[in-house]
Design a protein around this ligand. Structure first.
Ligand SMILES: Nc1ncnc2c1ncn2[C@@H]1O[C@H](COP(=O)(O)OP(=O)(O)O)[C@@H](O)[C@H]1O
Ligand SMILES: [Mg+2]
Length: 171
């Protein structure tokens, strides 16, 4: 018996939550659209960035911060855990929990207040603080598919997250 052909509707739904960046210029273009969408909501969002080392999490954040007007060096927070930016429009926190051995370190580092504050929170390695992070507006999974190509798959989102995604990927 032949298997059912894939449903075009299901395919469309799945692919509508995945984007392909063929080069870093595509990543930058996506970040620029995201910056615009975030301005419209005063930056109030929590974006969880998943993916292996080198997938492009920090690179996406760098392009986003540039598009939001950060002019200085954008350091990866791998060692400091958090880098914060006081932009004229809203506050931004870029966090990286890669070095956490235990999710409890989230509490020990006193990060709870950040997530209770208005503004943008960008989190690399969110799974390492599992149980401590509030629900994210985006659960975004980045994967390397070649030297300069990456996929970004939205695998969970809030209502606000859906709105931001449409703004980034819509026509
Ligand atoms: N399309 C792309 N999007 C993002 N990064 C890319 C892309 N193509 C190549 N790269 C490179 O891949 C690397 C990604 O590293 P980084 O952003 O630090 O990853 P992560 O934070 O996920 O560990 C960078 O050297 C970046 O220049
Ligand atoms: Mg990184």
């Amino acid at each position: 018996m032949n298997p059912e052909p894939p449903s075009p509707v299901a395919d469309a739904l799945t692919t509508s939550h995945t984007v392909l960046w063929r080069s870093e210029a595509d990543t930058q273009a996506f970040a620029t659209r995201l910056a615009e969408a975030l301005r419209a909501v005063d930056g109030d969002a929590l974006i969880a960035l998943h993916g292996d080392l080198g997938a492009g999490k920090t690179t996406l954040v760098r392009h986003l911060l540039r598009a939001l007007g950060v002019s200085g060096r954008v350091k990866s927070p791998t060692y400091a855990v958090v880098e914060s930016y006081a932009l004229p429009a809203f506050a931004v926190w870029h966090l990286d929990f890669y070095r956490f051995d235990d999710p409890q370190e989230f509490e020990d580092a006193g990060l709870r207040d950040i997530f209770a504050s208005p503004g943008l929170k960008l989190v690399e390695w969110p799974d390492k603080a599992e149980g401590y992070l509030p629900a994210a507006d985006w659960q975004l999974y980045l994967s390397s598919t070649g030297d300069t190509s990456r996929t970004a798959a939205l695998q969970g989102h809030s209502a606000r997250g859906a709105q931001l995604w449409s703004a980034c990927t819509g026509p």
